[in-house]
Design a protein around this ligand. Structure first.
Ligand code: XMP
Length: 600
């Protein structure tokens, strides 16, 4: 076991489990996510169990399967939302479907402020509610310790068996004292708060030494945070002689990024990273391609080709070498209730070749138990400079998914062909244009390609932006994304042009991306914002490129909210970009869902 004290989260689907697990780790206790069908043996030694939220209804036919024996384990249990309803049902209570629908913030009022689960909370505090079903009849062993106006059973306790249930979501930031509740639960479980990267380093060292034995380790280093930390970690544990890294430069990295990583590694004596400049091959294969998925496929296929060629040159004897990769924890877990489990697997470092290597014990994933924020803290623990470790996440295909390509022709409809749009805009006094391009979005479990709408109305505040953005996307299916004009050199509608994945265009995008990054750093915003893709569109204003910035806040990228940056600062940024040759600066005001983080 990685850590003496561990809390397990049973994953009933949705997005909640990783958030809960991550929050508890930040409070200093190791967590693991398991399917609700996990065997009792696999839970041996755990100090507490959390039943997560999920989208199903407890009586529904498609409700996630679970192991009822888990309830008998003599450790504290906490049910959250769906988990709370399931525990109530298991203990003899009833759940009513759609009785009260509560979405949003509700005031949680404590009826027993001294109860160990809610101790330290104010008598009334805001908590995030998101449920259609609710516990109706209480199991006889439960008593109510807190309620809201619409939900009489907001928090319950069975102190004898240490089983608790809460209808709200303590793991989301909208729940002001949610962390305090999780902390109280940790205390009820009797966990020591000893989980941190300093205490983890000796544990991972021992694990790596054991798994590697007398072999050597080969690692592909993308240059991003995870693989850089994995490379440095392996070097520190095994020494430079037993580790070899390969960095394939695809020509789509951020400005000076590869060079900065290489400079740090060289200074630390880690000269065992082989860098191959394959940008020419990547760009040649991308010639003439415009469709986003085709672009992705081309980059992926070229990568495999170059990697295979380079590895053949290295001629590594499989009897001597193992492969390592920088997979992190969220990539190893599929959601308990996801209809797309297969797709999720293929997207997340779990393709067949990797599974075969794992079965043969030849795959090393030293970061596979860690969340992104923990990888960064581990990186700092290993002495990697702060600015390298706290770089924003960057997709594998790099700027390849941020340079939108077009053959310059569009058969997409104009605003007047979308029924009701013009009237709605007039009614709401919104001016703007439907852009003659498509970008990727996500609705339900599917990816969508639809048109972005540009709002040119000036003087809106962020709340109004959010309302219009949600209002337009919800009403008009043909639109999945909204951008707000920060500045433009022209009052005319932007013009669609031919644009392909060429070195020159990547250089242009790199330049604007770097100016936007510097802007965040200079204004102390870089670490407040989780990620900020900068996109070069195939649109021109007075023949100058239109740029989109997409600053978002997120936890693990599964959902995201657009970030709000001060409008006066944005005007300064527009001035800088304009000087550098930009035609327009647009700000993406779409949450995910419905808009993905990347534009593609
Ligand atoms: P989307 O656009 O799907 O992105 O909302 C979610 C997060 O994943 C990153 N991303 C990728 N990361 N390879 C990666 O390693 C990829 O192909 C890829 N595509 C998207 C994206 O930057 C965001 O953080």
């Amino acid at each position: 076991m990685i850590n003496k004290d561990k809390i397990v989260i049973l994953d009933f689907g949705g997005q909640y489990s990783h958030l809960i697990a991550n929050r508890i780790r930040r409070l200093g206790v190791f967590t693991e996510i398991h399917q609700p069908t996990v065997s009792v043996e696999d839970l041996k030694g755990v100090k507490g169990i959390i039943y997560s939220g999920g989208p199903a209804s407890v009586y529904a036919e498609n409700a996630p399967a679970y192991n009822p024996e888990i309830l008998k384990l003599p450790v504290p249990k906490l049910g959250i939302c769906y988990g709370h309803q399931l525990l109530a049902k298991q203990l003899g209570g009833t759940v009513q479907s759609g009785a009260v629908k509560e979405y949003g913030i509700a005031d949680l009022i404590l009826s027993e402020p001294e109860h160990p689960l809610v101790k330290g909370l104010p008598k009334s505090s805001p908590m995030w509610m998101s449920h259609g079903d609710a516990v109706a009849e209480l199991p006889t062993s439960y008593r109510i310790i807190a309620y809201t106006k619409d939900c009489p059973v907001a928090a319950v306790a069975n102190d004898q068996e240490k089983i608790y249930g809460i209808q709200f979501h303590p793991e989301v930031t909208h729940s002001k004292y949610g962390n305090k509740i999780l902390e109280n639960f940790i205390a009820i479980c009797g966990c020591e708060k000893s989980w941190n990267m300093k205490s983890y380093l000796p544990i991972i060292t021992e694990q790596v030494l054991k798994q590697v034995g007398d072999k050597k380790v080969f690692l592909l280093v993308s240059g991003g945070v995870d693989s850089t930390v994995a490379f440095v970690l392996l070097n520190r544990i095994l020494g430079t002689e037993r580790v070899l890294g390969l960095h394939v430069d695809h020509g789509m990295m951020r400005l000076n990024e590869s060079a900065q990583v290489k400079k740090f590694l060289d200074a630390e004596g880690m000269t065992n990273l082989k860098v191959v400049d394959a940008s020419e091959t990547f760009l040649k294969n991308l010639e003439g391609i415009t469709a986003p998925e085709a672009k992705r496929k081309s980059i992926g296929a070229t990568f495999l080709q170059v990697k295979d060629e380079e590895m053949a040159k290295l001629n590594l004897n499989p009897k001597e070498w193992m492969i390592a990769q920088g997979t992190i924890y969220p990539d190893t877990i599929e959601s308990g209730n996801s209809p797309n489990a297969e797709l999720i697997k293929t997207h997340h470092n779990r393709v067949k070749e990797v599974l075969d290597l794992m079965d043969a014990g030849l795959l090393l994933e030293p970061l596979a138990d860690l969340y992104k924020d923990e990888v960064r803290l581990l990186g700092e623990e290993l002495g990697i400079p702060h600015n390298l470790v706290w770089r924003h996440p960057f997709p594998g295909p790099g700027l390849g998914v941020r340079l939108l390509c077009s053959d310059g022709k569009s058969e997409l409809p104009g605003a007047e062909s979308i029924q009701g749009l013009t009237a709605w805009l007039a009614e709401n006094k919104i001016e703007g244009n439907l852009l003659p391009i498509q970008s990727v979005g996500v609705q339900g479990d599917g990816r969508t390609y639809a048109q972005p709408f540009l709002i040119t109305t000036q003087g809106l505040d962020w709340k109004a932006c959010e309302n219009y953005s949600t209002g337009i996307v919800n009403r008009f299916k043909a639109i999945n994304r909204i951008v707000l004009e920060i500045g433009s050199v022209s009052k005319e509608e932007p013009v669609l042009v031919r644009q392909f994945a060429t070195r020159e265009n990547f250089d242009t995008l790199r330049k604007f991306d770097n100016l936007c990054t510097e802007f965040l750093q200079q204004n102390g915003l870089y670490e407040q914002i989780w990620q900020m893709p900068v996109v070069l569109l195939p649109l021109r204003a007075e023949n100058k490129p239109c740029i989109v910035m997409r600053p978002i806040n997120s936890s693990e990228a599964m959902t995201a909210n657009f970030a709000e940056i001060d409008f006066a600062l944005l005007q300064k940024l527009w001035g800088t970009l304009q000087e550098a040759g930009a035609g327009s600066l647009w700000y993406d005001i779409t949450h995910k869902p419905p808009g993905t983080i990347e534009w593609e």
